[in-house]
Structure formats: C-alpha cells, structure tokens
Design a protein around this ligand. Structure first.
Ligand code: HEM
Length: 398
C-alpha cells in the first residue's frame, strides 16, 4: 500500500463522533501500529494496547498533551502522571483509604440517590437522563465521599468540566488558556478545602487521606491536592458516560433491553459489556523512556504513544466475530480495557461498576417502556466519549 492510500487516524472524518468504531476497525486491520504524520504513534490492536499498559516500568506517564509545561499541571503530581518510585508510593497511600470495603458500604446511599432520580423521571414523564441521573449520581457520590461542603460544588463542577478538556486534542489557544485558568483555580480551591478539612476533620475520604500513612510517609501538601483533584475529576467525568452510553446502547438494542429485564442477574456482566462496547475513556497515552518494539516497529525513546482502548475493545481475536454487537451475556466482556491495565489500572473501577450496576439495573427494572424522546446530543469528545443530552420518556412504572 502506498503512503497516499494509507488510512490515518482522523477524528475529523464525517460521522466519527456518531460512530468511531468503523474507523478504528479499519486502522486495526490495515495499519495497527501507526506512526502518525502529526507526531504521535497510535496502537489499535488489543494485544499491543495491553502490552503497552503492562510495560509500566519502561514508560513515562506525563500529562495528556505530552508537554512538560502543560496548563493542566495540577494533574502532573497525581499518580496518573507519575512513574516509580512516586507512583507506587502515591497509589499505596490512596488505596489505603479508597478501599473495597469503603466502596461497598456506599451501596445503600447509591441506591437511595438512584431511586430519588428515578422517582423524578417517573413524575415528569419526559426528562434528560444525563441531567437527572447520569451526571448527578457520580458527582454526588464522589463529593460526599470526599466530604466536600455543598457550597463549593457548583463551581468545582464547572472547573472540572473545563479541566478534562486537557484529555482531548486541544485545538486552539483560547481553550488551552481556559484549561490553565481552571486548573489554577481548582488547585487553589482544593488547597483551601484541605486546610478547612484539617481544621474540621470528619468521617470522610479527604480526612482519611490527610492522615494516611504508608511506611512512615504521608502525602505532602502538593501531592494531597493533586490526588484529591484526580479523584474528584476521575470520579465523575467518566462514570457519567458509562451510565449515558450504556443506556443509549440498550435503547438502540431492544432485544438486549428485554434480555436484561428478564434476567436481572445479568446486570454485572451487562455493565462490563457497556464498558467494552462504548468505552467512556477511549484512549490513554504514554511517553516512551526507552525504545519499544511493537508489531515489527521500533518506537523511539521520547515518542508520544496513544493506546486506543476503544479499538482494542472491539478486537475480534479476543471478543469473537460479533465484537461489534452489544451482547449482554458475552462471556469475554470483562476482558475489556476500558479501565486500562498494568500499574495504572483504574483505582475507582469498583466504584464505577457499583454505580453503573445500580443505576442501569434499577432503571431497566422500573421503566419497561423507557424510550428516546427527542434529539440526542453527543459531547463530541475524542477521548471522554459521551452524551450531553439523552432525552427519554417513561410511562409505566413499578
Ligand atoms: C485511572 C478509566 C472511574 C479513579 C484510570 C485509567 C482509565 C480509567 C482508563 C488508566 C489511565 C492510564 O493508564 O493512563 C475509568 C473509567 C471509569 C473510571 C472508564 C468509569 C466508568 C473512576 C472513578 C474513580 C477513578 C469513579 C475514583 C473516584 C482513577 C484513578 C486512576 C484512574 C485514581 C489513576 C490510577 C493510577 O494512575 O495508578 N481510570 N475510570 N476512576 N482512575 Fe478511573
């Protein structure tokens, strides 16, 4: 194939945001290791993506644009962007308080929040699922877990929404400046919050993080602020899209909706399939600190590599010839890479799963006639793929 005929990754192709998967498939088939003319490498095959994620020790994580002086520098000190020895130390400290037990203890509260949102949807008949359920649920859960005072929430929510644009291709200077400003403000607000919490300790995650000690070490102030910002942002900017993308996938596949109603014990596997089928995080990135061999190519030291989790999740070698279909009873669903893999595997996976299972599970059982009711609005993001609006209507409720 000549250079001219080659298919390059191009999120600006018509229809990409509606359905990026045919493009990913073509890349994975024809050009799975791509040395992109815009200066990054792209991996789209499952085995290659997983190997890169597991090669944690030979890979430097840096903020998503790959720049040292990124405006979103507040995330640089978070574990997501650190290598050993900092990464295991930071992760161990946060893991100490963000335990499986702490997460399972949230089940009754998550159920209460979900049922409250479903009650409102039932009362209204027509509503926006993102506004009523998909956004407020993870937002309330992480805010309550951290013990944030109510008054700060609205502003922090706006800032977080701006900051996560650093995970996308930042196209213009104005956006880059807005991200920088949001990062600085979020950092300052979080610093104040930590000071307030030190003076007003309570039974919450932030108080526990302040006190957390591992092998005689605690988090210093900058590290504490960065981990809190990461938990906060990661805690709700992703799970919203699990709930919204999952619900949309169900509504577009009525046979699967019916299957889940008949077999509620499929809910846990269904959530794995939603994550696989339309991943809320489509890519992750690494900067190589040594040459790296993959698929017959040698990626040089210093290269910026994009691992396409969403493409890997549709790999027929792993998920079978019907990998492009939504199948809630798919046995291999849980092998998806939507939570990453290796040393940086998502620390909040158990929480995201629990929220997804309760939200979608209870909604499907309660609203047998859930249906789309108006124009769906995509968020048009390449990485944190999701919906701004999912108008739905319900009649029958039980
Ligand atoms: C890391 C996805 C929810 C906290 C990651 C990574 C992915 C991911 C792909 C790895 C990034 C990389 O390797 O570069 C998701 C998805 C979620 C979700 C799809 C929801 C459906 C959450 C929640 C929390 C959270 C609810 C916490 C409240 C974290 C943290 C890391 C992380 C702290 C960094 C781990 C490390 O660097 O060691 N997540 N996440 N995530 N996630 Fe999540």
């Amino acid at each position: 194939m000549s250079e001219q005929e080659r298919v390059w990754f191009n999120p600006f192709l018509p229809g990409f945001f509606d359905d990026p998967y045919p493009h990913y498939k073509q890349l994975a088939t024809e050009h799975p290791v791509q040395d992109h003319p815009l200066g990054f490498w792209l991996l789209t095959r499952y085995d290659d993506v997983l190997a890169l994620l597991r090669a944690g020790q030979s890979v430097e994580i840096r903020n998503m644009s790959g720049q040292q002086q990124d405006p979103a520098a507040v995330l640089n000190a978070s574990m997501l962007d650190r290598d050993p020895p900092d990464h295991p130390r930071l992760r161990a400290l946060v893991t100490k308080v963000f335990t499986r037990r702490a997460i399972s203890a949230l089940e009754p509260r998550i159920t209460e929040l979900v049922d409250g949102a479903l009650d409102k949807m039932a009362e209204r008949g027509s509503s926006d699922l993102v506004e009523q359920l998909a956004f407020p649920l993870p937002f309330a859960v992480i805010s309550e877990m951290l013990g944030l005072p109510q008054i700060d929430n609205a502003r922090i929510r706006d800032l977080s929404g701006t900051l996560v644009q650093s995970l996308e291709v930042v196209a213009d200077e104005e956006t880059a400046r807005a991200i920088g400003d949001a990062a600085a403000e979020l950092q300052a607000l979080t610093r104040d919050l930590v000071a307030w919490k030190r003076a007003n300790p309570a039974d919450d995650l932030l108080t526990a993080l302040i006190a957390a000690e591992h092998e005689g070490q605690v988090l210093n102030e900058d590290e504490l602020v960065s981990q809190v910002v990461l938990l906060y942002v990661a805690g709700h900017e992703t799970t919203v899209n699990l709930i919204a993308n999952g619900t949309l996938a169900l509504l577009r596949n009525p046979d699967q909706f019916a299957l889940l109603r008949q077999q509620p014990d499929l809910t846990a596997n269904a959530v794995e399939e939603f994550l696989r089928y339309d991943s809320p995080v489509q890519q992750t990135r690494r900067i190589m600190i040594s040459p790296y061999e993959v698929g017959g190519f040698e990626i040089p030291r210093g290269a910026f590599v994009v691992a396409c989790l969403a493409a890997a999740n549709r790999d027929e070698k792993v998920f079978g010839p019907d990998a492009d279909k939504l199948r809630l009873d798919r046995k291999e669903a849980r092998h998806h890479l939507s939570f990453g893999g290796g040393p940086h595997h998502c620390l909040g996976a158990a929480l995201a799963r629990l929220e997804g299972q309760i939200a979608i599970g209870r909604m499907v059982q309660r609203f047998p006639d859930l249906a789309v009711d108006g124009e769906i609005e995509l968020n048009n993001r390449i990485n944190l793929r999701g919906l701004n609006k999912l108008p739905v209507k319900v009649h029958a409720t039980v």
